[in-house]
Ligand binder design. Sequence first.
Ligand code: ATP
Ligand code: BUA
Length: 360
Amino acid sequence: MRGLILAINPGSTSTKIAVFQKDVKVKQTNITHDATELAKYEKIADQFDFRKKQILEYLKKEGIKIEDFDCIVGRGGLLRPMPSGTYKVTDKMIEDLKIGFQGEHASNLGGIIAKSIANEIGKEAYIVDPVAVDEFEDIARISGIPEIKRRSLVHALNIKAVSRRVAKDLGKSLNDCNFIVAHLGGGISVAPLKKGKIVDVNNANESGPFSPERCGQVPVGDLVKLAFSGKYTQKELKKKMVGQAGLVGYLGTNDARVVEEMIKNGDKKAKLIFEAMCYQIGKEIGAASTVLFGNVDKIILTGGLAYSQRLVEYITDMVKFIADVVVIPGEDEMQALAEGAYRVLIGEEMAKIYEEEVKI
Ligand SMILES: Nc1ncnc2c1ncn2[C@@H]1O[C@H](COP(=O)(O)OP(=O)(O)OP(=O)(O)O)[C@@H](O)[C@H]1O
Ligand SMILES: CCCC(=O)O
């Protein structure tokens, strides 16, 4: 076994692909897709041929034969609620990725494309820690309205990867650690990890802190009024909540670097909004600490926003009384995908079977 792994991570506007030799990255590229091209497809799954063709063209251009890969790993999507881990891509999983069991998400294509390439060469395809990872305790599922359940949708891939890193640095297994991880990207997930499990999370699309583009938790009465105001269709309001809210809504940009420039230039509104986002993140970390009864080994700040010194300092001042803060800026989802597949290739972990882990 040469340990050559192809990792595929489809995002809303691009497809990242990377080639790994064992768990070491050899090559990575980001194929950006023209928005007008993607707009031609009604459903995410309809983009399959288009994206797969571009991946294969890239590999050909680089002189990489698909037959040389030992396995293909893709980012998993909005599948049924499932425990974390590396999963074999199976027929039922493909069916659920195609329909988008918990919704449409570009990452639904990861497993579908991985399986299709793997089938051509007679190898296995895997997904690792998809957004649908659900390790909630039952108490976390209760919302306050019987018809509405709290759901676990979470940046699990990066959260688990950075947690494993910090646990290793502490000389512990992840299963022995209690962490609070704040993934601070375009969307924000703040998750308490109890003995390594994500036992609660805000759900970046509908609750928790507001983010560069999403509204987070807003007063529900006013949201209902807005929904029935006749100003928006359901689709328009949803788009506003997850794409045109947060920093974009208040300041017209989703780029925190631009907001920091505005602050440096004396823009008081920009300062207030930026600090409000930090304040809400700090507050959510405080809430997560109560889930762990204060037994927190480390608080981990990760994602693109964690590059911001201003943001890190603001939040650290708020939460350092709970535990030490570790900052791991950015994310390396490609590395996390390859590591998940590699653990299975070398027998360190058994690949899970979707049909055995989820409620069908
Ligand atoms: N050096 C930096 N300083 C400050 N902010 C930064 C820096 N680099 C990136 N960001 C901010 O991080 C945010 C995006 O983070 P990231 O790239 O992790 O998100 P994403 O991958 O697009 O979304 P998600 O994490 O929800 O999948 C943007 O607001 C961006 O401006
Ligand atoms: C809902 C968490 C995952 C994402 O925002 O992509």
